[in-house]
Design a protein around this ligand. Structure first.
Ligand code: ZN
Length: 158
């Protein structure tokens, strides 16, 4: 499965979890993690869907971005825009306040998010094998021994 195919799968299978006003451009950058973490994200989406159904909040929370940062999995979820009409101007500013307001659903979202982030910290982002955070020349990556060796090889030949 290519990255585009995976994104299409998530977008179709979990359409309730994403803002329907997302543009094709925003979808280009919405999910940028490596294939080794795709299964973790799929799990997260299933759990998030369950939490939202349980709290009757389907359509009130959206996944805004899924990316790797400093070697860690980052998942940003936001209340749907109609809940916070001023949110667009503050997207950057509130990046790390997540979720912004306490509620039973927000609390559960935070818990399932931390669980999946914890699993990602021990999962190679490239292949999904057991791995850990590595640092090379100031860059961070969570990967297995094999992909760490490949990475070192690529760095050495640059
Ligand atoms: Zn690997």
């Amino acid at each position: 499965m290519t990255h585009d195919e995976y994104v299409d799968y998530i977008r179709t299978r979990f359409s309730d979890l994403f803002d329907p006003t997302n543009t094709e451009d925003s979808w280009q950058y919405l999910i940028t993690i490596g294939p080794g973490w795709w299964a973790l994200l799929t799990d997260f989406c299933e759990q998030l869907e369950g939490v939202l159904k349980h709290h009757d909040e389907v359509g009130r929370w959206y996944i805004r971005q899924v990316k790797e940062k400093m070697g860690e999995l980052r998942i940003y979820t936001r209340p749907a825009p109609f809940e916070r009409p001023d949110v667009d101007g503050f997207m950057e500013w509130i990046d790390d306040i997540d979720p912004p307001e306490p509620s039973p659903a927000a609390e559960m979202i935070g818990i399932v998010k931390q669980q999946v982030i914890g699993r990602a910290a021990h999962t190679c982002e490239q292949c999904g094998d057991p791995g850990e955070m590595r640092v090379l020349g100031g860059w961070y990556w969570t990967c297995c021994d094999r992909h760490f060796q490949e990475w070192q090889g690529r760095k050495a030949s640059q």
